[in-house]
Design a protein around this ligand. Structure first.
Ligand code: GUN
Length: 280
């Protein structure tokens, strides 16, 4: 049977490390504070935002919560961000995505001071990542690197294939794997012979957004499989982009859903909040 990569355990370890760092900072008189903005009442976003605030409380980071109505104008949101940019006591600013259709997400992301961009979505953060300079790294891909490293999985020299090219996961994931000296291929909806490409992977990162799409025909014997997807199946149970039952017998290590990549995102957000003190 494969090694089950335990995101719940590893994320708990990271949160403990962050908690210690926060306690040390507090002892020196430095507080850590994250502002969390949600526009509208999308139920999934409300769950994510609630979990982020809970994690803050656990590690000792203060959180300021801004729950704005769905009709909030872009100008009003930008004005709030400008105000938070100017507040020295606010270290991180997070705007939960997706935003309502009448608001330009890119404009909102660009408005966040890059020194407070704990999501790592600002073009300056992405650019810094691409050229190997210090800056915030998007939490989900950063969490995947931690999962691999803390599970003793070597990246250097490996064939790494990423399925999906989103700005939040696929693209930064590719850059991070490259930074760790992997040989990286990014695939997407227009990739020809996808199975042939994914079967080359020693490390396969799946972020396609389609429930259980990846079956064993996509996976080389002994590969490490990282599943970024999270969906509800027909029985209302959580499942990933990978058909876990089908794939797990052929791979050497795999992340479960739930309890794999999911918990890492919030742990890395907490880590980024502490890093904001260093970057400021
Ligand atoms: N929506 C889905 N994932 C994320 C995330 O990591 N950060 C923010 N701000 N919104 C999201």
């Amino acid at each position: 049977m494969p090694q089950i990569i335990d995101g719940k355990l590893i994320s708990a370890q990271i949160k403990e490390e962050v908690k210690e760092k926060v306690a040390k900072l507090n002892a020196q008189g430095t507080r850590v504070c994250l502002a969390v903005i949600q526009v509208g009442t999308d139920p999934a976003s409300s769950v994510y935002v609630g979990n982020k605030k809970k994690a803050c409380a656990y590690v000792g980071i203060e959180s300021l919560s801004y729950e704005l109505p769905e009709q909030t104008s872009q100008e009003e949101l930008l004005a709030l961000i400008a105000e938070l940019n100017g507040k020295a006591e606010v270290n991180g600013i997070l705007v939960q995505l997706p935003l309502p259709g009448h608001i330009d997400e890119d404009a909102v992301i660009r408005a966040i001071d890059p020194k407070k961009d704990v999501d790592g979505f600002h073009p300056q953060s992405v650019g810094a990542l691409c050229i190997g300079q210090p800056g915030f790294v998007s939490c989900t891909p950063a969490g995947i690197i931690e999962l691999l490293k803390r599970s003793g999985i070597e990246i250097a020299g490996k064939e790494c294939v990423v399925i999906g090219r989103s700005n939040i996961v696929g693209k930064p994931m590719a850059i991070l794997l490259l930074r760790e000296n992997g040989t990286v291929t990014v695939t997407h909806s227009r990739t020809r012979n996808l199975k042939e490409v994914t079967r080359r992977a020693d490390i396969l990162v799946v972020a396609v957004g389609k429930p259980r799409m990846i079956t064993r025909e996509y996976v080389k014997e002994g590969a490490v499989v990282i599943d970024v997807g999270i969906h509800r199946n027909e029985n209302n149970r959580l499942c990933g982009d990978v058909d876990y039952e089908d794939v797990s017998p052929v791979c050497s290590a795999i992340t479960p859903v739930p309890g794999g990549v999911g918990p890492m995102t919030i742990a890395m957000l907490m880590y980024n909040c502490v890093r904001s003190i260093e970057l400021q």
